[in-house]
Design a protein around this ligand. Structure first.
Ligand SMILES: NS(=O)(=O)c1c(F)c(F)c(S(=O)(=O)CCO)c(N[C@H]2CCc3ccccc32)c1F
Ligand SMILES: [Zn+2]
Length: 263
């Protein structure tokens, strides 16, 4: 597959050349604006299963050159959607040390410091992520907005290992922990819309759920995320810092954003 980056000659304005869907419809992220919102009383609280992983389990924490990701066991899934959506991985988007604004989704133009995505695929209909990734009902991603504030012990469970994955394609094994603790307390309040992968190939295959309530991490935790990683390989002569790994806002067009809550 062709290389792509968030800036420069392979930056997002060039993505459609190799990845045509990136120039297509139903793209993500979007600005979640009040005038787009419609309350939908049928939107049930999100229910996740088997997110509380035992410390005896091992997870792979990796730097894939675009983000820091944690691979997730297939027993983890969302049970409150029309089909079972099985977890594949989670990853992050963030700004830079002097720009703590790196979320992908914005709410009434407010950009948060960072954003976490927990990627799931429709395991009722498809055997794995690769078969699901380009199907309109293939993926469901949970989005969590992240602000700098209180220290977050749940995030520490993997942030303390980022210095082991500074460079592209480095991976370490970490102990399982309660992935539910990375999500906000309330899973009943969220925004819902049809969108896409926010990286190439940008398939319009994602049922987006962005939780209304943000979580916080401390400034020190944010800095470890925003300053520890490189998108280049360890042996590369000129290291390229990995930050600002968020896609610019896409047009909502006539898309409505459903909300599970009334003010
Ligand atoms: N913001 S997002 O949720 O659209 C999104 C990403 F932003 C992102 F960076 C990745 S990635 O795998 O870390 C790197 C590029 O695919 C994925 N990975 C997905 C896409 C393809 C694929 C295949 C197997 C496992 C995960 C993924 C992703 F779904
Ligand atoms: Zn993402």
């Amino acid at each position: 597959a062709a290389k792509w980056t968030y800036s420069g000659p392979e930056g997002e304005h060039h993505w459609p050349k190799h990845y045509p869907y990136c120039g297509g419809a139903f793209q993500s992220p979007i600005d979640i604006r009040s005038e787009l919102l419609r309350f939908d009383p049928t939107l049930r609280p999100i229910e996740v299963q088997n997110y509380n992983l035992s410390p005896n389990e091992q997870l792979t924490l990796g730097n894939n050159g675009h983000s820091v990701q944690i691979s997730l066991p297939s027993k983890m899934h969302i049970s409150s959607l029309p089909h079972r959506y099985t977890a594949a991985q989670l990853h992050f988007h963030w700004g830079s040390s002097n720009q703590p604004t790196g979320s992908e989704h914005t709410v009434n133009s407010k950009q948060y410091a960072a954003e976490m995505h927990v990627v799931h695929y429709n395991s009722d209909k498809y055997p794995n992520m690769s078969m699901a990734v380009d199907k309109s009902d293939g993926l469901a991603v949970l989005g969590v907005l992240i602000e700098v504030g209180e220290f977050n012990p749940a995030f520490e469970q993997f942030l303390r290992f980022v210095n082991g994955i500074k460079y592209r394609d480095q991976r370490v094994q970490i102990s399982g922990f309660n992935i539910r603790a990375l999500l906000p307390a309330r899973l009943d309040e969220y925004y819902r819309y049809d969108g896409s992968l926010t990286t190439p190939p940008c398939y319009p295959s994602v049922l987006w759920t962005v939780f209304r309530n943000h979580v916080t991490i401390s400034r020190k935790q944010f800095l470890s995320l925003a300053t520890a990683l490189y998108s280049s390989h360890a042996q590369d002569s000129s290291p390229v810092p990995l930050n600002g790994n968020y896609r610019k806002l896409q047009l909502a067009d006539s898309r409505v954003v459903l909300v599970s809550f009334k003010e």
